[in-house]
Design a protein around this ligand. Structure first.
Ligand code: GSH
Length: 204
């Protein structure tokens, strides 16, 4: 089994933090995404979305999309540390918050950065106005996160989950667009400090 990634890239970090939380170690392959290694015919023959992270199993089967990879690893290496929720209510809430963070925060932030900076203009059309609108939507999403975290220790409830990993990555990533979790977001700030002290996050 091999994990294709670019260590500092946010989607790769989601999987890395998940692996660190679960105490799972697997071989990693560094992919030069800025240099376009992920858009070669060879890589795209293996990866449906042509992105990192991608997990390759020993029989050649590949799994793309960070949460799909986490789901696979969760099932393949069962532990007591459950990051997708245990009860039906928890499972539903983890999924809900993870999706909300992805759709309204993390992926919107990706669109903002990609369209504002044109970092991948060698492989996609960039629309500056789309970048600006996406950045505004990320800013508008922060109060949703602040409200939730002022009422709950973790996003999905009483327990740390994969939704916290996604939101933590989002809160760090938005610094690239000069959006900062400052004193106007006391609950998010305190939650980030708390999460940052977890063993898996110590170097984050
Ligand atoms: N939804 C995907 C997003 C993957 C993604 O956007 N990966 C970025 C790095 S964070 C990438 O491969 N960028 C290179 C490119 O777009 O060509 C996931 O969660 O895995």
């Amino acid at each position: 089994m091999k994990l294709y990634e670019k260590a500092p890239a946010p989607s790769a970090r989601r999987v890395s933090l998940f692996l660190a939380e679960k105490g799972i170690e697997i071989p990693r392959v560094d992919v030069d995404i800025r240099g376009g290694e992920n858009i070669t015919d060879e890589y795209k023959a293996k990866s449906v979305n042509g992105r990192i992270p991608m997990l390759e199993l020993d029989d050649g089967t590949t799994i793309s999309e960070s949460i799909a990879i986490c789901r696979y690893l969760d099932a393949a290496f069962p532990t007591d540390h459950n990051l997708f929720g245990s009860t039906p209510e928890e499972i539903g809430k983890v999924e809900m918050w993870n999706r909300i963070v992805e759709l309204q925060g993390l992926f919107t932030a990706f669109q903002a950065l990609r369209n504002l900076t044109g970092i991948y203009s060698d492989r996609e059309r960039c629309v500056e106005a789309w970048g600006e609108e996406s950045k505004l939507r990320v800013i508008e999403f922060l109060p949703v996160l602040e409200n939730r975290l002022s009422a709950s220790p973790y996003l999905a409830g009483e327990h740390f989950s994969v939704a916290d990993i996604s939101a933590f990555i989002m809160c760090q990533f938005i610094k690239n667009m000069d959006i900062h979790i400052d004193d106007s977001y006391p609950a998010i700030k305190a939650w980030m400090e708390k999460i940052g002290q977890r063993d898996a996050f110590k170097d984050s």
